[in-house]
Design a protein around this ligand. Structure first.
Ligand SMILES: [Zn+2]
Ligand SMILES: [Zn+2]
Length: 307
C-alpha cells in the first residue's frame, strides 16, 4: 500500500482554500515529497506527518509554483543540527533553477551542515529495492523536460493460507522458503513445492504521479493499469483556450486518460483558482466515475485493485 497526502492542490498561486502544489508519497521507510510549492513547510506541519525522514524530493518540473517552497524548507533544515540531508531529483533544467534558489538566494556562500544532493533524472529506474521500484518517464509541459513518476511494488505470488494448512505446512521458516519459491520437505518426507501453496502472480501496486502536462495521448503507456493516477486538472472544458495557452489539461482530458489506461482511481490536483472543486470532479466523473478532486491535507491509501 502507498499512502499519499496532498499538501497543496492549487494551480500557479494559492487560494484561501488551497495551497500551491506539493504531495507526500509514503511507502515503508520512504517518504517522497513530490514538488514543493511556496508554503509547503506549514502544510507539512498542518498535516501532522512531520519533517523526519522527509529526505527525498521529486520535482516534476521547475516552474515556481512547484519549487519555491524548497527555499524555506532548506533554510529551516540547514539550521537544524541533526538534519539528515536531502536528495533532490529532477530534470536538468529544474535542478538548475533550484540550485540558483538554494545557493544564490538561501545560502549565499554560507556554510551549512545540511547535505544536499542533486540527482538529474532521466527516464528509467531511479531507485529500487527488493519490494519496490521508482521510475521516471517524460511528460510534455511547455517543453519536453517535465517528469512523471511511477511508484510500483514488485509483482508477487500470494501465499494461499488454506492450501498450506491443508497440506500441513507448519508456521515458521518453511513458509518463508516457499514464498521465496523454494521447495521444502516435511517431517513425514512429503515434498511441498511453491506451486502447491502460491497463487498466480499478481502485479504490484502501481501509483503514477503526473505533474503539469499539456497533453495526455503520450502518457497512456506509462499510466496503463495503475491502481491510482494523480494528475493535474487545471481547467474545465469550456476554458480549453486558456488550458492550451498555459500548457495544461482539462478535467475531461484527465478522465479520458484514466479511462483509456484502465486506471483504478483518479485523483485530480493543481486546480485553477477560478473553480471551487465540485464542478471539476463532476466533469471528470461523467467520464470516469472513480475520480476525486484532492483537497489540501487529504490522505489517500492506494491499494492493489487486483489483490
Ligand atoms: Zn504548476
Ligand atoms: Zn508548470
Amino acid at each position: 500500500m502507498f499512502e499519499v497526502v496532498t499538501l497543496g492542490t492549487s494551480a500557479s498561486a494559492p487560494s484561501i482554500q488551497r495551497n500551491v502544489t506539493a504531495s507526500v508519497v509514503i511507502y515503508r521507510q520512504y517518504r517522497f515529497l513530490v514538488d514543493c510549492g511556496e508554503g509547503t513547510q506549514r502544510q507539512i506541519l498542518r498535516s501532522g506527518i512531520g519533517f523526519r525522514r522527509l529526505d527525498r524530493v521529486l520535482l516534476t518540473h521547475g516552474h515556481l509554483d512547484h519549487i519555491l517552497g524548497l527555499a524555506g524548507l532548506i533554510s529551516t533544515f540547514s539550521r537544524w543540527e541533526a538534519s539528515e540531508g536531502i536528495d533532490i531529483y529532477g530534470s536538468r533544467r529544474a535542478l538548475g533553477r533550484v540550485r540558483d534558489l538554494i545557493f544564490k538566494v538561501v545560502l549565499r556562500g554560507a556554510s551549512s551542515n545540511l547535505r544536499i544532493t542533486f540527482n538529474e533524472v532521466k527516464p528509467g529506474v531511479i531507485l529500487s529495492d527488493s519490494s519496490f521500484e521508482l521510475r521516471a518517464f517524460p511528460v510534455e509541459h511547455k517543453g519536453r523536460d517535465s517528469i512523471g513518476y511511477i511508484f510500483q511494488k514488485r509483482p508477487r505470488r500470494p501465499f494461499l493460507e488454506e492450501k498450506a494448512a491443508a497440506l500441513g505446512v507448519p508456521f515458521g521458516p518453511e513458509r518463508r522458503q516457499l514464498v521465496q519459491e523454494e521447495a521444502i520437505t516435511l517431517k513425514d518426507g512429503r515434498v511441498i513445492t511453491p506451486d502447491d501453496v502460491l497463487g498466480p502472480m499478481i502485479p504490484g501496486t502501481k501509483l503514477v504521479y503526473v505533474g503539469d502536462t499539456d497533453r495526455v495521448d503520450n502518457l497512456v503507456e506509462f499510466v496503463q493499469d495503475a491502481d491510482a493516477l494523480i494528475i493535474e486538472a487545471t481547467y474545465l472544458t469550456g476554458d480549453e483556450e486558456l488550458s492550451k495557452h498555459f500548457g495544461h489539461i482539462t478535467a475531461m482530458q484527465a478522465a479520458k486518460l484514466a479511462k483509456v489506461a484502465g486506471v483504478g482511481r483518479l485523483i485530480l490536483n493543481h486546480i485553477s483558482r477560478r473553480y471551487q472543486g465540485p464542478e471539476v470532479a463532476a466533469e471528470a466523473q461523467a467520464i470516469f466515475p472513480n475520480a476525486v478532486v484532492a483537497r489540501d491535507l487529504d490522505r489517500f491509501e492506494i491499494r492493489n485493485k487486483a489483490a
